[in-house]
Design a binder for this molecule. Structure first.
Ligand code: FAD
Ligand code: SF4
Length: 511
């Protein structure tokens, strides 16, 4: 029986379940389709990274002797969608079964589940065992729990995979979590370490030309292009990160520095999410570096927690809560997304910086995503769907399974507390403490009202005042409302007037 093995853009792993038991006569189908490249207007760097990585992956399979049907975006016969390309292949190759690995998006899973009926061919949807917790395992862990806290899930994962666990079952170093050592403000004159670069292959050059032509109207710059696009190149990135950069990862994980997009972050998320690097191999290598005294424990544990903990946890939440999760909007936030998210002018240096990094690199680091652009969207009550579309389109590592829980759940508290126990709302003082942005800003993080007051300050209080009914009972916000109530009526109305003026300036494009 001949099979059609479909490999999606984020499934570039030799160990993919859809490629297990590949037989002579089977055909691997890979296609670049306009529908997937444009259902949100993805950053050109993300499209180029994925198409180049796909073409290299297909070439590696061909070199190994497998039959690959690769449909490029500009192929005149390309019908433009996954479903129609699978249909075309099924008809022209006369296959009896389509084999796929479950996708990362609910929308695509629905599409796949319809194929058996609409295409009249058997469809085998296999679990994605590159993740370390299956959706069933996560559902079992979540079952009966009132609160789904990442920390407890993470401990279970550490035990299950025996990562940073001593022979007696206790966590290495005696603690599960060294996060308190990882929140240092930026050191003076902190700069990002240099990064390795890769020689551009002919495949990549072709893709860059094509993406430059086809997607020039999308937000973001295509060149300079720094991404690794093969498994071998991503392994070099991983090893280089572990040796040179990881030792400093923990200490300044939350710091933000003007002009420095990467600092000590790994930049590995795009590679892991596309399947070029596997989460377990990364965790094992990082643990080995700690055991060989090359990396301190706070850095190794902090990094492993992001991958073994956060990454698996958000995926678990996504599949546990979809499809209803996508419709949640706890604060009923509907304010239109201001132009400055798309590079429009703003006097807010922190937002300008995060958006500039995003435009140039299809990347900004976690704290910029959470505490700058995410925090602003939360306290300004920006439309949750538009905010999610923004995150999904502008970052090279964005797929709905990971973007949605991070944006809707973590940054916007739009799920009402499924993922986080309280909103990550912060005033300008937090940004001032964790960055050097405010020194060069038109606004002053110490001022609450007036034309030069930092907009984050009044919006922060206005957010809590606006949403009092929904948040007052939250036990993790003990001082917010008692502090607000101690403000004089004049101070309270001054803050509300200031917030109104901020919204007006935001809508006029003068904030
Ligand atoms: C609003 C918002 C949206 C986000 N959208 C995405 C997204 O679309 N795709 C994505 O991969 N991450 C997303 N994140 C999580 C995180 O910001 C990125 O994984 C990280 O910035 C990627 O950069 P890095 O590889 O240098 O990470 P590092 O700081 O070096 O962290 C190491 C690795 O840990 C994993 N990781 C860390 N935090 C998370 C997290 N919260 N969720 C999942 N994995 C995590 C990633 O694989 C990352 O490569 C989002 C966070 C926020 C607050
Ligand atoms: S003063 Fe406010 S707006 Fe300006 S950089 Fe600081 S936090 Fe951002």
């Amino acid at each position: 029986m001949n099979h059609l093995r479909l490999v999606l853009a984020d499934q570039l792993s030799a160990s993919l379940s859809a490629l297990a038991d590949l037989q002579a006569g089977d055909v691997v189908l890979m296609c670049e389709v306009m529908e997937e490249a444009t259902y949100v207007r993805h950053h050109p760097k993300k499209i180029a990274f994925l198409f180049a990585a796909m073409r290299h992956f297909a070439a590696e399979l061909t070199d190994k002797g497998y039959k690959v049907r690769y449909v490029t975006l500009t192929d005149p016969d390309n019908t433009g969608s996954l479903t129609t390309e699978v249909e075309r292949a099924v008809k022209s190759l006369a296959v009896e079964q389509v084999v796929v690995t479950e996708p990362g998006e609910y929308r695509v899973r629905q599409m796949m589940q319809s194929w058996q009926k609409t295409l009249g061919v058997a469809v085998d949807i296999r679990p994605d065992d590159r993740f370390l917790s299956s959706t069933e395992q996560f559902a079992r862990w979540a079952s009966g729990k009132k609160q789904l806290r990442m920390e407890y899930f993470y401990r279970e994962m550490r035990k299950a995979y025996r990562i940073l666990i001593e022979p007696d079952g206790t966590p290495t170093g005696g603690q599960w979590n060294y996060d308190k050592d990882n929140r240092k403000p930026p050191a003076k004159s902190m700069v990002s370490p240099s990064r390795i670069s890769h020689i551009k292959s002919a495949i990549l050059e072709d893709v860059l030309k094509m993406v430059g032509k086809q997607f020039s109207s999308h937000f973001g710059t295509l060149e300079p292009f720094h991404f690794a696009v093969t498994r071998q190149q991503t392994l070099l990135e991983l090893d280089d990160f572990i040796v040179r950069i990881l030792p400093h990862f923990g200490d300044y994980q939350d710091a933000m520095v003007k002009g420095e997009a990467f600092l000590n972050h790994s930049l590995l998320s795009s590679y892991i999410n596309a399947g070029l690097l596997l989460p377990l191999e990364i965790c094992r290598k990082v643990e080995a570096a700690y055991r060989n005294n090359r990396v301190p424990l706070n850095a190794a544990e902090g990094f492993i927690r992001q991958i073994l903990g956060w990454r698996e946890y958000v995926r678990g939440i996504y599949w546990l809560k979809m499809p209803g999760y996508a419709e949640l909007n706890f604060f009923e936030a509907t304010h239109p997304l201001p132009d400055f998210y798309w590079g429009g002018k703003t006097g807010m240096a922190c937002i300008g910086e995060a958006v500039a990094h995003t435009r140039e690199h299809a990347y900004s680091h976690h704290i910029q995503r959470l505490m700058v652009t995410g925090n602003f969207a939360l306290i300004a009550g920006l439309d949750v769907k538009r905010v999610q579309d923004w995150y999904l389109s502008v970052y090279s590592d964005a797929y709905e399974w990971v973007e949605m829980p991070n944006t809707l759940g973590m940054a916007l508290f739009g799920d009402g507390g499924v993922l986080g126990s309280k909103p990550y709302a912060a005033s300008g003082k937090y940004i001032d403490k964790m960055s050097n942005y405010c020194a060069g800003c038109r606004y002053d993080p110490q001022e609450m009202t007036g034309p030069t007051a930092c907009p984050f300050n009044a919006l922060y209080w206005d957010f809590f005042a606006r949403n009092r009914q929904k948040l007052e009972a939250n036990q993790r916000l003990p001082f917010v409302y008692s502090t607000w109530d101690k403000f004089s009526p004049d101070k309270q109305s001054g803050i509300k007037d200031q917030a109104r003026s901020i919204f007006k300036r935001m809508d006029e494009g003068t904030l």
